[in-house]
Ligand binder design. Structure first.
Ligand SMILES: *Cc1c(COP(=O)(O)O)cnc(C)c1O
Length: 507
């Protein structure tokens, strides 16, 4: 049989690239991104083009996979244009939605470096120096938030997965049977109970569901009027469960709730956990990093007592997505929960190398730590704290401005999150109808503000009703961006109110 020659010398595989071409394309792309960064810094483009799904879908088209490839230069140019002209910019100075930060340009360069080397962080042998950098990054994050630096931990995709890692470590540690082998439905196993306030992020639903407890295992405790978990209510629920033959297991405390930034009384939760032998997991995806500044509520520092903590470097450390970090006080707990030793990994066991595949759910792993490590080295402890402090001060400034506007009602202010709503001055409706109308008006107001692209907010649902929510995790936001917001909201609010207001009943 005649062999077809494999000629890779004269016919380059299509994904290989000549060094000269890489240099040229890379420089052109970096030039374009530098212009984008400049325009974001100046705040001169809209936050979003606010196109409809149909419009955006049409840009991408629905043709089948082309049979033959295209030239890389043209593709990169096209992709850059598509993305720059049709994206929402969470790095815009007036982006105040969700908890999505502006991303450090240094982080983008770090991602380029990490992916050009294609380092696989699964095992030490595959990523020697990079593994040591990730270990140091985890330790520095712990140090920054005042968590014991002897903890275990690793970088994951974000807050959800960081919380999952804490949850799985907790499940393994608190179940008095071999839960990894026998699962949750083991013969005679009591049902594990998880406690959290109703303000907790929806990762907890996913965790209880995915790791076999089921969402019914969660005991949702009503938050108090400051959106915090009440330790007395927790204690009572734990007792009631124990009397009913269930096994109280995990308490989830919030270090900055996703809606309003409320911080649960973590010290008191830790006391309850100690008294009843429960695992305290703290969701600090948003707020844990604020423990590095004095302005943050004192209760935040209670996270130092948690058995596990989730932190999001892609929030208040401004790393580009994705970067979450799970910390577990006792590193052995992490290994107990995740380690298997397959036959195909036979690494030389000198000097106890750190093999991250044994400490978390992933096998192959990207070098997310690099962008976080470089960011921390660029800012130092002081620089990181100053950026957070400024976001908090800008949020306070916004809250104060809102309070001076007769048509805006300030609702909450915690960490760097402010909630408020538009209330027309001469609203003469009976209370029930007024509430329904304000909910409708503010819902439409939010969408209209988002559509116009001058500023971007998200929403919260509070006991008072539907609220507009501004969250500042953005090093590009300046005083003038914050000061412009109340006028933008009132302008749109007035327009919509004129169009929508129901007439007051006669008589
Ligand atoms: C953002 C957030 C999460 C989820 O984190 P992702 O990084 O989006 O996965 C969980 N909890 C809180 C409190 C958050 O703010």
């Amino acid at each position: 049989m005649k062999e077809t020659p494999i000629d890779r010398r004269h016919q380059r595989p299509p994904l290989a690239m000549e060094p000269e071409e890489f240099r040229e394309l890379g420089h052109a792309l970096v030039d374009r991104l530098a212009e984008l960064i400049a325009s974001l810094d100046r705040g001169e483009r809209p936050v979003t083009p606010a196109e409809t799904p149909a419009q955006v879908r049409a840009l991408v088209g629905d043709h089948a996979l082309p049979a033959h490839g295209e030239d890389a230069a043209g593709l990169l140019e096209e992709a850059a244009s598509l993305l720059i002209d049709h994206s929402l910019f969470n790095g815009h100075p007036s982006f105040f939605g969700y908890v999505t930060s502006s991303a450090a340009p240094l982080g983008a360069l770090a991602d380029l470096l990490a992916s050009a080397l294609n380092i696989n962080m699964g095992a030490w042998a595959l990523a020697p120096i990079a593994t040591e950098i990730e270990v140091q990054t985890v330790r520095w994050i712990a140090e920054l938030i005042g968590y014991p630096t002897g903890c275990g931990g690793l970088l994951v995709s974000g807050g959800n997965v960081a919380n999952f890692v804490g949850f799985v470590a907790a499940r393994r540690a608190v179940a008095p049977w071999d839960v990894r082998r026998a699962g949750m439905a083991a013969e005679g196993a009591p049902s594990l109970r998880v406690y959290a306030s109703t303000e907790t992020h929806t990762w907890l639903h996913k965790a209880a569901d995915q790791y076999g407890l089921g969402t019914d295992a969660i005991c949702w405790l009503p938050a108090d009027r400051h959106q915090r978990l009440d330790p007395a209510a927790l204690e009572e629920a734990v007792r009631a469960d124990r009397e009913a033959g269930r096994l109280p297991a995990i308490v989830v405390g919030n270090a900055g709730t996703v809606s309003t930034g409320a911080v649960d009384p973590l010290d008191e939760l830790a006391d309850v956990c100690r008294a009843h032998g429960l695992w305290l997991h703290v969701d600090g995806a948003y707020g844990a990093l604020a423990a590095s500044v004095d302005e943050a509520p004192a209760s935040l520092r209670g996270l130092a007592q948690a058995d596990s903590v989730a932190v999001d470097p892609h929030k208040w450390l401004y790393a580009p997505v994705e970067a979450g970090c799970a910390l577990v006080r006792d590193p052995a707990r992490l290994r107990d929960a995740f380690s298997y030793s397959p036959a195909y990994y036979a690494f030389e066991d000198t000097d106890e190398p750190m093999n991250f595949y044994e400490y978390g759910p992933q096998n192959s792993r990207g070098f997310r730590a690099l962008k976080v490590w470089l960011g921390l080295r660029r800012t130092g402890r002081e620089g990181a704290a100053t950026m957070i402090r400024d976001d908090i001060a800008l949020a306070r400034r916004l809250y104060e401005r809102v309070a001076t506007m007769p048509e805006l009602e300030p609702l909450t202010y915690n960490l760097s999150i402010v909630t408020f709503r538009y209330v027309p001055r001469d609203l003469e409706l009976p209370p029930e109808r007024a509430r329904a109308y304000l909910d409708e008006l503010n819902t439409k107001l939010l969408f209209e503000v988002q559509r116009r692209g001058r500023a971007y907010l998200s929403n919260a649902v509070l006991p008072e009703g539907y609220a507009l929510r501004a969250c500042i995790v953005n090093f590009r936001t300046r005083e003038r961006d914050v000061d412009a917001l109340p006028a933008i909201i009132t302008e749109v609010g007035r327009e919509l109110d004129r169009a929508l207001r129901p007439r007051a009943p006669r008589g």
